[in-house]
Design a protein around this ligand. Structure first.
Ligand code: SAM
Length: 435
């Protein structure tokens, strides 16, 4: 059997094709695809995948002008390789002669030497006439903002005064943020450790343990990462634990817990609290296990659909319930640009139904005077303030609990952080209490 050949560009083209054609998530494909690549090619491959998926609709609108006849579906990898070439020429600091020749060479690595002429001619044509090609797409809104039409219209509908700001934030490369383990260090002490390690960073004002790195780095370069001193987590997600008002001796349910970022943060506040961490996806539950074991924390892990309460609940009410609900992820597109490709308009209504079921089934598990926190990393109203408005209409015994420190922009109910506000991810938070 012929051995598959690898190079950053050829692998990126294959990965992008898998995401686009098979609708697989970039994270899932990337992790396995990077392994056979030489160490020095991995970062380039990753940059190409993220960059091309982020700008796909714009790059595609340009590539359509370069290729007279659309490529067949079975040559999706060559179409993706052309986008990789364009991305390098437009957005990366790679000398253009190297970008072109290496992209052309990747046709052979992919096993399609017939495409070398096409890629070479297209990229050189782009180089000669870039201004004209760019001008031709100026009136295509979906290409200009690099968002699918339906999502663009949805953002316009939900945020008539903010949609451009949201789309632009979604297309930025996200910063790397850390959560300092408060059981190990104060944030100030950890910032000093970072300084000693020559890793420039600052505190994130919106959260108590948050640190913003000037530039991303490998987690194993971070002082004390293996020992659990610190975890990677956006500041918007870090605001969740603070809203739960965690004190000792609480019984806490984290109903949609994997991969466990918030479970661990909750436990870092009070490691002796009894935390039940549930997720429907048993494989993702393993990630909670890995995180709790690195941080030396204990949670009771259960693989189950949280809404099937009879399957997993032992009958003891909870003081705190966190529903970090499955959602469209439209607040974190900058971190997961494949969301723009994988999500479909119907998904939003389906997700809203699942979220409503979770709220409905888990609300009765809350102790009187307990707190239920509903959060999403969505920027769409149907999953957020409209969801909570409907819930409160159906449940007169529930009321919104107003936190001392508003975590984000006030909405009719709850708080919305739009993507990029204060450099953080888009996020929604609503705290509910029994009347
Ligand atoms: C936004 S993610 C949670 C992120 C997590 N809280 C963290 O901070 O790391 C949503 C999770 O909900 C899980 N999920 C979806 N539907 C569920 C259900 N009915 N019951 C339990 N978990 C569910 C998904 O598998 C996914 O892991």
């Amino acid at each position: 059997m012929a051995k598959t050949k690898h190079s950053a560009r050829a692998s990126a083209a294959r990965i992008i094709t898998e995401v686009v054609q098979q609708k697989r998530s970039l994270n899932a494909v990337l992790a396995a695809a990077l392994i056979p690549l030489p160490e020095n090619e991995r970062s380039l491959c990753q940059q190409l995948c993220y960059g091309v998926l982020r700008w796909q609709l714009q790059l595609q609108a340009i590539s359509q002008q370069l290729v007279s006849k659309p490529l067949k579906k079975k040559d999706g990898d060559i179409a993706a390789l052309l986008l990789c070439g364009l991305y390098q020429l437009r957005d990366m600091r790679i000398p253009s002669h190297a970008a072109i020749s290496e992209t052309v060479n990747a046709c052979k690595t992919i096993g399609k030497p017939w495409a070398t002429g096409l890629i070479n001619a297209s990229l050189r044509n782009f180089q000669r006439n870039q201004a004209e090609f760019e001008k031709n797409i100026e009136d295509q809104e979906s290409a200009v903002y690099a968002h699918p039409e339906w999502l663009l219209q949805q953002f316009k509908h939900d945020w008539p005064n903010h949609w451009q700001q949201i789309l632009s934030a979604n297309n930025q490369q996200p910063p790397m943020m850390l959560r300092v383990n408060r059981q190990h260090h104060t944030r100030q002490a950890y910032l000093e450790k970072l300084q000693q390690a020559d890793i420039p960073a600052n505190e994130i004002s919106a959260c108590n343990e948050g640190v913003l790195l000037d530039s991303p780095c490998d987690v194993y370069q971070l002082p004390g990462f293996k020992e659990g001193d610190v975890s990677v987590q956006d500041g918007a997600a870090q605001q969740v634990a603070a809203l739960l008002n965690i004190t000792p001796n609480l019984h806490i349910l984290d109903a949609c817990a994997a991969p466990g970022g918030k479970t661990c943060h909750i436990l870092e506040h009070e490691p002796n609290n009894k935390v039940v961490a549930l997720d429907i996806d048993a494989r993702r539950l393993e990630q909670i296990e890995q995180n709790t074991s690195r941080l030396k924390l204990n949670a009771e892990l259960i693989a189950s659909d949280a809404s099937l309460v009879d399957d997993w609940w032992d009958g003891q009410l909870f003081d705190r319930i966190l529903i970090d609900a499955p959602c469209s992820g439209t607040g974190v597109i900058r971190r997961h640009p494949d969301i723009k490709i994988l999500r479909r308009p119907d998904d939003i209504t389906n997700l809203a139904k699942q979220q409503a079921v979770l709220l409905e089934k888990l609300w009765p598990l809350l102790k009187p005077d307990g707190l239920l926190l509903y959060t999403t990393c969505s920027a769409l109203k149907q999953e957020n303030e409209l969801q909570i408005t409907s819930f409160l209409e159906l449940h007169p015994e529930a009321e919104e609990s107003i936190p001392d420190m508003p975590p984000a922009q006030r909405r009719t109910f709850g708080y919305q952080r739009l993507p990029g506000d204060d450099q953080l991810d888009g996020f929604y938070y609503a705290c509910l209490r029994h009347r």
